[in-house]
Design a protein around this ligand. Structure first.
Ligand code: ZN
Ligand code: ZN
Length: 377
């Protein structure tokens, strides 16, 4: 079948992207689903900062690539051996396919699935296949098993979480990356305890989700830090008790002051080593720093080594919120239903597929939280 999709041909094209057009909308041929694969009509796909990192080359994947890793849609066809999904089911994509059998999966760490990681690095679906083709027969790579910037996509069963249809797909989509990554970092990676102070650095879709997760976990105070004024207002709507604009206040001193010694848990959702060091400095003795953002691979982190031992400080990484998607997406959706995760506040605006390059310009300028491409599913 045919599908219109946003294809990344070359990394490192300069902003503004509306002019340099790193993403080109192409009409592609999409092969039907193979064994344990599913054809999904995409209803909505979010623009995430880590897509931007692929576009600008700081997180390289094999090209040409059908981009997009946060998506939700409707099952239209199933391949052989898919016995637990049917046409019409609503699904949210997981950007790590979770095989369920490797040593990571069996120890409850599906976000680190070894087979899923290998497929993502290779630009294929979980079993090594590629399903997008140009007219001349060239195969295109899949982005993290999702390739959401396309009217239709084929995904491994293990990349999909079936969800109830009471939550509209244009909201459900946000659970695929922003909510799983941000809320998961709070409740899975850090296991934030009620009544403990939290700081969140960087208020994009993921950072704001961490703020919401901290509120749902009962943290207090919840201190949100960003260089853009409007994001601080949004953070308050998402549950932040205090906000800091680094231009006006030294965030480390301000957090130590507000928490009488430092945050119990600090989250870094910017993806910069300097901000990670700042987050670490903003924790109290015995505190925990959680790295969520993805810094450029060339960046090195410098910390006072003795503080790790003598002050029992912890620095931990959180990839996809340490989530097992079939366990955590329904769980986080229940928090949304209970009114404890106002996920709709993450949405800045909706776009058409053809506006994808402009959307990345807005994201690059830091003006927006989550923009969502809407399709006609
Ligand atoms: Zn993402
Ligand atoms: Zn696995």
């Amino acid at each position: 079948m045919k599908t219109n999709a946003a294809v990344l041909k070359q990394m490192g094209r300069p902003a503004p992207y509306a002019a340099s057009k790193p993403l080109v909308i192409e009409e592609l041929e999409l092969d039907g689903p193979g064994p344990r694969e599913v054809l999904v009509q995409i209803a909505a796909a979010g623009l995430c900062h880590s897509d931007l990192s692929v576009i600008n080359g700081s997180r390289p994947w094999p090209l040409p690539l059908v981009l997009g890793h946060e998506a939700a849609g409707i099952v239209r066809d199933i391949g052989p051996d898919v016995d637990d999904l049917k046409p019409g089911d609503h699904v949210v994509f997981s950007y790590v396919p979770v095989c369920g059998r490797c040593s990571m999966c069996v120890s409850g760490r599906g976000n680190l699935c070894e087979h899923g990681r290998a497929a993502n690095v290779a630009g294929t679906l979980l079993r090594g296949t590629r399903r997008f083709r140009r007219q001349d027969g060239t195969l295109l790579n899949h982005h993290l098993g999702v390739s959401g910037f396309s009217e239709y996509t084929v995904a491994a069963r293990e990349s999909l979480v079936r969800v109830d249809d009471d939550i509209p797909l244009e909201i459900a989509v946000l659970f695929g990356c922003a909510v799983m990554t941000g809320v998961g970092a709070v409740v899975n990676t850090a296991k934030v305890a009620p009544g403990t102070p939290v700081a969140v650095f960087g208020l994009g879709g993921v950072g704001l989700s961490a703020v919401m997760g901290a509120r749902a976990a009962g943290a207090w105070p919840i201190i949100a830090v960003d260089t853009v004024d409007s994001k601080l207002e949004l953070a308050k709507c998402c549950g932040a008790s205090h906000t800091i604009l680094p231009r006006l206040d030294d965030p480390v001193a301000a957090i130590k002051d507000l928490t009488h010694g430092g945050a119990e848990t600090a989250f870094e959702a910017v993806g910069h080593a300097k901000v990670l060091a700042q987050s670490y400095a903003a924790t109290r003795r015995g505190g925990k720093t959680v790295a969520i953002g993805l810094p450029h691979p060339d960046q090195q982190l410098s910390l006072q080594a003795v503080s790790i031992t003598a002050e029992e400080r912890q620095l931990v990484g959180s990839y996809m919120g340490s989530c097992v998607p079939p366990r955590d997406v329904p769980r986080f959706m229940n928090l949304y239903r209970a009114g404890m995760l106002p996920v709709e506040k993450l949405k800045s605006r909706e776009l058409a597929l053809a506006q994808v390059n402009e959307g990345f310009d807005a994201l690059d300028r830091g003006e927006v939280a989550r923009q969502v491409i809407r399709f006609h599913a």
